[in-house]
Design a protein around this ligand. Structure first.
Ligand code: MLT
Length: 278
């Protein structure tokens, strides 16, 4: 499905009906990574998985507009407006988590609950920012995202997935190959310059699930534990055998954790009152 949102043609996958769950993909992937969740959750929920601007079937938009997390969050708000959805459970994986934090920062009244998968709240250290800049320059100069695929793919999935499930590795590689160099270079810059969301954690006042693959080497368990400790009442679940992409590597276990969290949400939860200063 597609529509013009914030002046750009955006596409999304949608399945089911009822209260909304918004699934935000990671870098440099697209909504296809949520295939198993679109099927499993749509018996009870309206599941919406957008292609972020520049990825999947969504246009990148004007080269003059920075592809920042704030714009990606505004795109999602525009999509919810277009779909007539006031509030959604917002679930983001890795870069999708950075967008989810930004969405909460800008549109907290529209967040019914948060699911933070294999992501981190803090900013990049300076060395990582520099490395992202160098990689973005290379992608632009060589006009290919092959250097990103070579560097990132071996870290995205666990060694168990690589050994036992080559089909998943091939599927992730194919998804990465769909990403255009310009989008990838711009996303690298926007990840490197994203806001620090650590101070945001203590202000999160909606039910929150933090999920991480047991073998994730990109955003590790320690970072997930730190987020869960920082968010009042957050639930933490570890997905066994998964690396950075539990929804595709271990979809059954991931869906079980997610379904349990969704089942436990208070019906028609209203925005929580502001936190008291003790
Ligand atoms: C992702 O999976 O979205 C990226 O690995 C995030 C990152 O590079 O920080």
């Amino acid at each position: 499905m597609g529509a013009r949102i914030n002046g750009t043609e955006l596409e999304w996958r949608e399945r089911g009906s009822g209260d909304a769950v918004l699934l935000i993909h990671g870098f440099p992937l697209n909504s296809a990574m949520w295939g198993a969740q679109l099927t499993a959750l749509s018996t009870d929920w309206r599941v919406i998985a957008p292609d972020l601007r520049g990825f999947g079937a969504s246009e990148l938009g004007s080269p003059d507009v920075a592809l920042g997390m704030d714009l990606l969050a505004r795109d999602l708000a525009g999509l919810l407006d277009h779909l007539g959805i006031e509030r959604a459970v917002v679930c983001g994986l890795s870069m999708g988590g950075y967008v989810a934090f930004e969405f909460f920062r800008q549109f907290r009244d529209r967040v019914r609950a948060l699911v933070l998968c294999d992501t981190r709240a803090g900013q990049d250290p300076v060395e990582t920012q520099r490395a992202r800049g160098t990689l973005a320059e290379r992608v632009t100069a060589e006009n290919t995202i092959d250097p990103v695929i070579e560097g990132l793919l071996p870290k995205l999935v666990s060694s168990r997935t690589t050994r036992r499930n080559p089909g998943v590795v091939a599927m992730v590689r194919a998804m990465m190959q769909e990403a255009a160099p310009d989008s990838v270079a711009r996303a690298l810059h926007s990840m490197a310059t994203r806001a620090d969301s650590e101070p945001l954690l203590r202000t999160i006042d909606v039910p929150t699930l933090v999920l991480v693959g047991s073998d994730d080497v990109i955003t590790n368990r320690g970072q997930a534990e730190m987020m869960a400790r920082g968010i009042r009442g957050a639930r933490l679940e570890i997905v066994p055998g998964a690396g950075h992409l539990p929804p595709v590597e271990q979809p059954e276990e991931f869906n079980q954790f997610l379904n349990q969290f969704l089942d436990d949400l208070p019906a028609n939860a209203l925005p929580a009152p502001p936190l008291l200063a003790y």
